[in-house]
Design a binder for this molecule. Sequence first.
Ligand SMILES: [Zn+2]
Ligand SMILES: [Zn+2]
Length: 554
Amino acid sequence: MELHDENPFKIRSYQSALISLERGDQDIMSLSEEELAKIQGVGKSMVDAILQLRETDTFPFLEELLAKTPEGILEVLQIKGLGPKKVKTLWLELGITSTHELMEACQSGKVAKIKGFGEKTQHTIIENLEFKASNSGKWLYADIEEIIGQLKETFQALAPEADLAVVGDFARQMEIITEAEFLLASDELASVKSNIKAMDSIEWILLESGPRTLRGKMQEIDLRVSIHFCSKADFLWKKLSLVAAPLHLEGHVDEKETIAQKLQKKDYSSEEEFFSINSLQFIPAEMREGYGEIELAKENKIPELLTDRHLKGILHNHSTYSDGKHSLRQMAEYCRELGYEYLGISDHSKTAFYAGGLTEDQITKQHQEIDALNKEMAPFRIFKGIESDILSDGKLDYADDVLASFDFIVASVHSILNMDIKRATNRLITAIENPYTTILGHPTGRLLLRRQGYPIDHKAIIDACAANNVVIEINANPWRLDLDWRWVRYAMDQGVMLSINPDAHAMEGYADMKYGVLVGRKGGLTKEMTLNAMSADQIKAYFYSRLEKIKVKK
Ligand SMILES: [Zn+2]
Ligand SMILES: [Zn+2]
C-alpha cells in the first residue's frame, strides 16, 4: 500500500488491526463474523478481508495491489534498510524491479546520485545485498529440524532394512544448516538407490553425485540434500567420519596420527570404543568441531554437559506490560505448568518506547502485581527484572533507586547498532561495570541470516564480566543464539556464568530454551556454570547477595 501511495489512513487502519490481532490470543480462523468485529482495531472492511482470506487465501484488494507490482519488487522490499518509499523511488527513477538490477545500479554508482540516497546508503545496500546472497540456501537449525526428521523417515521407509543416520552439520547441532546430509548403509544398495532416485520431492543432480553419494536439492524449498551410501560393515566408521567437522578429523590423537587416520583402522565396534582404545574420553557429537575438544579429551576434561532437565527457571521474558503477547499471570502460570520453579520477568525499559518500555509508574504497578502473584503462587516465584536498554554511552536508562528495586537486570543494546568495535566494546564494558547489571543480554545483537551483530572484542567483554561478576546470556531465540557457542568455554574458564534465556515474547517462546541448550552444549556448557540451573532458593540468594554488595559499597 505504501508502494502504491494508498491513503495513509487506510494504511494505518491495516497496521493497527495487525498489531491488535498479533497481540491477541484469538484464533481468527475460527471466530465468527460478529466476534471478529468486536476485536479492537478490526473494522468492517478488515472483517471482510479476513473472511475472504479464510476462504480463498487472498482477497481482491491484495490481488489488485499485487497485479500492479512487478514480482521482483517484492524481493527488493525485503532488503534491509530499504523502506517502501525508497523502493518506489528506485523503481520510478531507475526502473529497478529486481535485486539484480539494484546491485548493478549500485555498482555503477547510479543509486548514490538519487536525491535522498548518497554514497553511504548505496554502500549499505550493496552490503545488504551481498549478505542476502551469501545466505541463500542457508537455514536456521530450528527452521529445518522438522524437514530433516521427515526426510529421514522417508528414506527409512524406502529402505526399511538399512542403517540410517543424519550426519554433517545438523548432527552437530550447528546454528546454521546448509545441507541435509545422511548416511545410509545397506546390503541391497542397488535397489535402495533406485527407490531414492525416484523420489518426487528431491531433484537429484547427477553431475554432482558419484557412485557412493547422491546430491540434490529439495523441489519445494531451497535446501541441499545429500546421501552417502556404504555397506553395513562400514556404517560405524563412515558415520564417525561424516558427523565430525573437518577440523576435528585433522586433530592429532598422538604424534603420528589424526582422528581421521585412527578412524580408518576400523578396529572398534562402537563409538565409545573408538575413543577409549585411543585413550580419549568420549567426545559428544556436538563437540566434534576441532575447537580444542581433543586436547580436553586427552586430559579427561570433557565435562558433563548441560541438559534441558537441569534448568530450574526461565529468565528474560516479556509480558503485556511491554511488547509481550501474554499477561504476567499467563506467563507465570504456564512457566509453573511446565515444571519450572521460577520465572524472571524482564520487560523493556523506558528508552525502548517502540516496544512499550516501562515508565517508573508502570514498574511500581508491575512490582505490586508480582508481589500479589508470589503470595498466591508460592512456592513458585516470580523475580522482578527489567531488560534495561544500554544507552549509546553505556549507561542504563533508569536512576539508581529504580534500578535498585529489581531482583535482577538484563542489560541489552537495542539501538545505534552501527558502532565500530572500539566504541561498541567500550559501551558494553561501561554497562557491565554498572553494579546493577546482573546479566549481559544478547551481546552482539546479531540476527542469524538477517543481520550481522555489531563487532565486539569478545575477550575484553568476557574479561569485564569476570571482573564485575556479570552473567552472560545465551539468548536461546533461534535467530540469535548469542553469546556465540564458540566463546562459551573461554567464558567458563574465566569463571563467567552463562544463562539460557528464551527472551520469550509469548508463552510458546519458552520452547526456545531447547536451542540455547543445544548451542551451550556445543560450547561445553555445564550445569554448574549455568545461572538458571540454580534452584529458586539458590538464585534468590544469588540475586540478594549481589544487591547487598552494592549497598555495602555505598
Ligand atoms: Zn533484547
Ligand atoms: Zn528481551
